[in-house]
Design a protein around this ligand. Sequence first.
Ligand code: SF4
Length: 294
Amino acid sequence: MKEDFIWSLERQAIFMRCARAYFYLRGQDDAIARQLSHLQSLEAWTGNMIRKSLAQALAQCASNGQMPSKEELQQIALKNMRESWMEYLNGAWKEQPETNTNIFELYYGNGKEYGTLRKLPQEATDNAKQQILEAMDTFHFSPFIKSISELDRSAWSFPSKKDTFRIGDVNVQEPPDFIYREKDGTMTTLFWTLGNEERAFLRIRQACHKIFAMEKYSLPANQVNVSTVFLNDGGRGRTFIVTEGDLNTARQQILKGAEAMLAKEKSSQAKDDYPPRPEDSCQNCNFKRLCLDN
Ligand code: SF4
């Protein structure tokens, strides 16, 4: 395996959806392809704003021992939204798309003046803002959050989005949002969701979170629980059973997927060997500018 190769669910999904899109994803020496590969849909941006704000709230609580109030949580989220909007307005995403916001619906808008300043319909932005603020409220009142607040803060851990672990000789980047140690010594991984995850990938994601914690804390499988908190459903925490069989299935799927991607990259670097999909399936693709304009 190539040392710089990293498998992720997003990368696997793009590879399965369209070979041409995968070609563009890998073409990171092309400035436009780099910008496009980091476009977020408004829906994904909403989820990312929630994740970022909750991570900051918990980190603040870990350092000063106080869980932020409902108002403070909303201020954290509003500040993140404002900063993200400024990243779009000042065009920081053009040079540093990896760390600065641009939104699919803004980029494509109407017409072909890509990257010019645009606005989203007021209804769409109001709706995204409302979802984010409601998620903050739900987090504040969640019984699940109350129970982790009672644990020693040294039992909390905040994985970085870039943290990886190994499956065989493949680097995998699919960390949970948060990990904590229960009073009985077992670890629990957490993932915040609005319930809009692709079902096909959910089992692999859960297995990845479990393997991540097993590797990071050198724990056997029966010492790691995998939970998801549904922020659109009263902050209900749901713990999933991830069996040894599930772990093995996920490992095999990841190794197989990584092998197929690397074999494809090895066999050819020419764009024509990465065929496009029929045009009617391209509407929501980040790379459509590169396909439809040429
Ligand atoms: S626009 Fe269509 S053909 Fe082009 S990369 Fe996207 S999905 Fe593939």
